[in-house]
Design a protein around this ligand. Structure first.
Ligand SMILES: Nc1ncnc2c1ncn2[C@@H]1O[C@H](COP(=O)(O)OP(=O)(O)OP(=O)(O)O)[C@@H](O)[C@H]1O
Length: 797
């Protein structure tokens, strides 16, 4: 601001010699000027700024006087801009000041230095417009500085001011000015000075100005100073706290930065991006990439190197490079194709399963002959717990390849096989890429579990994606959407597992070498339990073989009375339970040696779940054989005549459509051929027959109970029970021909489990039967039939 001195007014700096001793010069008339914000105190020397040019008149008038004095009055509602005020609203007491150094700025502001002298009262007004002039009087302040109370207050005031000084360093300047003008023992100026340095609001300060009497003034000032002190203390505490917090953060930041710089200087660490780039390059050492992949990798590295590390693109690119560089490009494990060793490995992990092992050895032999295993997919089908997964694992061990297993059961999204496109947030490669990454070679054994339970949804059909993946013609160029690169999967050996073939899409099934694993016989389970499951359970529990034993008879009891399912999983669980319960006993006396005998089994496992053979038998009751995805089962069929009022057939037992039709065919055939079997021709004409297949709650379907239902109806008509310990399976036609059915092996195993001695099978199944291992055939008398006449003969003669 350009400032221009106004020559009419004395421009001297206020000098100590200018001090006006009260009473020395007391004009009766003074010009009056209001001040905003806070009142002026007699002990102050302060610049005063006025925004309106109108007041220059007043200041000029003051300049023309000898004394150069002006009365400043505090006015709450005075507006400098407007320049006017209501003289009636001024407080009672103001302050006489001497005016120095009046300066007028370009923008109309006026500034002068006011040196406070003493209190003043307005008695009457001479002029209530510019320049304002009033008749004034000067209230007397008693000067009893020796009074005890006053001295005490003065001390208290000095102490409070002293305390304020270090908290607000600006005050030290003001104190210096004050001490230049007054001695430390002048209580009135001291009191005014004390009030002036507080930040109390204007009205409170005016109360101090109005208070002419010294003692109450000191009291008021002391209260204001104490308040100021409290506020100042709180303020400094807060400031300190904030500083402490900030400085802690700053300290950490600086230390970290220093550490980073030092590490960089020492070559201990690089910045993240450089480290990543080096890591990615290092990972690619020794890998042979196809040309397209190499190009893509280089492009992506180039892009990554210029990306800002905070950008979202950076994270996407880094993730992509992370995946690409972890792929085992060009790395293959060398197959071990020694058949004798393979046999040893298979035998080590699996009891029985000779036919399965033979098939696998044939498969490996073919590989050995060709020099490599490629182009075939093995499908292991069988009920749960028969060792499909562990056979798969053993194949990998035989070949000395890494093994990776994942379940495709319930998979509904094609992207799980082929990956998501990179544009999606959180995109990931498909399972096969993940498998290769994990296996670290391009030719692992990958097991796809539960291939029969794959779903499909609007997100695509994973079965079709799998078709492409497994097809040796196509998987040389398998494309994962995330990597967007062609991978050669033709060297991977895929082993799939399923419980049933029915739900596997035909084109997929077509590409696979199917190996059946049917359920185990009791003797096989016994051997598996003894040689594999029991030792494994002991090992898991950390129990020595010598500490806990199980007799063969006890193990057999567990197999026969507690675990009759096709696989050995529940046997494994039962053995685990035996070990668990025995460990509790061993803990009580670690030295003792336990041997679990026949008696211990019900004690530890509870009552037997299966009772001794109780095949239903009698007139109208025939045992059939069924196949389910969890193994074979015996299936009794009951026929009964309810009344003789009308002809009719009622079917119960949760039968499916095919089975219902099969029952009707059986009924039609038997009723139309009764005379052939020495029963009166119209036996069924006036009989209402009920055919039931227990267990009623289990849904059943399929045509394979055709001859069983026919035999049950014939037995009813003949009034004669069929041979005991006989079971049968076969579809029947309307003319009594017996057609082939599936699952012969499982059905025979189930028959043996139930103590069946004789079985009737369709003639067409004799081929399947011949292929069965001897131990399955052993102990069963099998008859092959092609027409129901033979069935009737064998069942009732
Ligand atoms: N023949 C066998 N000899 C030794 N152990 C066996 C044999 N068959 C199965 N087991 C054991 O039984 C357990 C269950 O086998 P596994 O998990 O391979 O069954 P799975 O057929 O794959 O069943 P799921 O269809 O339910 O996956 C495994 O611990 C396995 O080692």
């Amino acid at each position: 601001m350009h400032q221009e001195d106004i020559d009419v007014i004395d421009n001297d700096e206020p000098q100590p010699t200018d001090i006006v001793v009260a009473g020395e010069q007391r004009p009766d008339q003074l010009h009056v000027m209001p001040v905003q914000n806070r009142p002026f105190f007699p002990a102050q020397v302060m610049p005063v700024l006025i925004k309106s040019g109108d007041w220059i008149e007043t200041l000029k008038a003051v300049g023309e006087t000898d004394h150069k004095m002006l009365a400043l009055f505090y006015s709450e509602d005075f507006d400098h801009q407007e320049g006017r005020f209501n003289p009636q609203t001024l407080p009672q007491t103001g302050c006489v000041v001497r005016v120095h150094q009046v300066k007028e700025g370009d923008d109309g502001d006026i500034q002068f230095i006011a040196e406070g002298i003493e209190r003043v009262h307005i008695d009457s007004w001479e002029s209530t417009s510019h320049p304002y002039l009033a008749n004034v009087s000067y209230p007397e302040t008693e000067q009893d500085s020796e009074g005890k109370e006053i001295k005490a207050y003065a001390m208290a005031l000095i102490n409070a001011i002293k305390e304020l000084l270090p908290i607000n360093p600006l005050l030290s300047e003001e104190l210096k000015d004050y001490l230049n003008r007054f001695g430390p023992n002048e209580p009135s100026p001291l009191t005014d000075f004390g009030a002036a340095i507080t930040t109390a609001p204007g009205p409170l300060l005016q109360e101090v100005v109005d208070q002419v009497a010294l003692l109450p003034r000191m009291e008021k000032t002391l209260a204001l100073l104490k308040k100021e002190l409290d506020a100042a203390r709180l303020h400094s505490e807060i400031a300190e706290e904030v500083n402490r917090k900030i400085s802690k953060h700053e300290r950490e930041f600086f230390l970290r930065e220093q550490l980073r710089v030092i590490q960089k200087e020492l070559g201990v660490a690089k910045d993240d991006k450089t480290a990543d780039l080096e890591e990615f390059n290092a990972r690619m050492q020794g890998k042979t990439l196809p040309e397209a992949a190499e190009k893509k990798f280089k492009e992506e590295m180039q892009k990554f190197s210029v990306l800002e590390s905070g950008s979202p693109e950076y994270a996407v690119s880094r993730n992509y490079l992370d995946w690409i560089t972890q792929m085992p490009w060009g790395i293959h494990s060398t197959d071990k194709l020694e058949l004798s060793q393979a046999r040893t490995i298979l035998d080590k992990h699996h009891d029985g399963l000779d036919d399965v092992k033979d098939r696998i050895l044939e498969f490996l032999a073919l590989g050995a002959f060709k020099g490599e295993i490629s182009g075939s997919i093995i499908l292991l089908v069988g009920p749960p717990g028969v060792g499909k997964t562990s056979i798969g694992r053993s194949i990998a061990e035989c070949l000395d390849r890494p093994f990776y297993r994942f379940s495709v059961g319930g998979m509904r999204d094609e992207a799980e096989i082929k990956g998501h496109r990179r544009t999606y947030i959180g995109a990931m490669p498909g399972k096969l890429v993940q498998a290769l990454k994990e296996a670290e070679v391009m030719n692992p054994v990958i097991m796809l579990d539960e291939i029969d339970k794959m779903g499909s949804s609007y997100q695509g059909d994973p079965a079709s994606a799998l078709l492409e993946t497994l097809d040796p013609e196509q998987n040389v160029n398998f494309l994962d959407h995330y990597l967007d690169l062609r991978l050669d999967l033709s060297k991977v050996l895929f082993v799939c597992t399923a419980n049933t073939l029915d739900s596997i899409p035909a084109p997929l099934l077509d590409r696979m070498d199917v190996i059946h694993l049917s359920g185990y016989l009791a003797e096989e389970k016994l051997a598996i339990g003894k040689h594999h499951l029991w030792p494994r359970q002991l090992k898991r529990a950390g129990v020595k073989r010598s500490q806990l034993k199980i007799t063969d008879a006890a193990l057999k009891k567990v197999v026969v009375d507690y675990c009759r399912e096709a696989g050995v999983r529940s046997l494994d669980k039962a053995l685990a339970k035996l070990v668990r319960k025995s460990v509790v006993k061993l803990l009580q006396d670690p030295q003792q040696k336990l041997s679990l005998g026949l008696k211990a089994i019900p004690e530890l496992l509870g009552p037997a779940k299966f009772k001794a053979e109780q095949t239903l038998c009698g007139t109208g009751i025939v045992t059939g054989l069924a196949w389910t995805s969890v193994g074979g089962a015996t299936l009794p069929v009951e026929a009964n005549s309810i009344h003789q009022q009308s002809r009719g057939l009622k079917l119960t037992g949760q039968l499916g459509d095919v089975m219902k039709e099969s029952a009707e065919i059986a009924f039609s055939f038997i009723s139309s051929h009764l005379s052939q079997y020495d029963v009166e021709e119209n036996y069924f004409d006036k009989r209402f027959v009920h055919l039931h297949v227990p267990e009623g709650a289990t849904p059943k379907d399929g045509p394979s109970a055709g001859i069983t239902m026919s035999t049950a109806l014939l037995s009813l008509a003949l009034g004669k029970a069929p041979k005991k310990h006989l079971a049968m399976t076969g579809e029947i036609t309307l003319n009594g021909y017996v057609l082939a059915v599936g699952g012969i092996r499982e059905k025979l195993i189930a028959a043996k489990r139930q103590g069946i001695k004789e079985v009737l099978l369709p003639e067409e199944c004799s081929g399947d039967y011949q292929e069965l291992p001897d131990h399955v055939k052993e102990g069963l008398k099998v008859h092959f039939v092609s027409h129901f006449d033979q069935v009737a003969k064998l069942a009732f003669d």
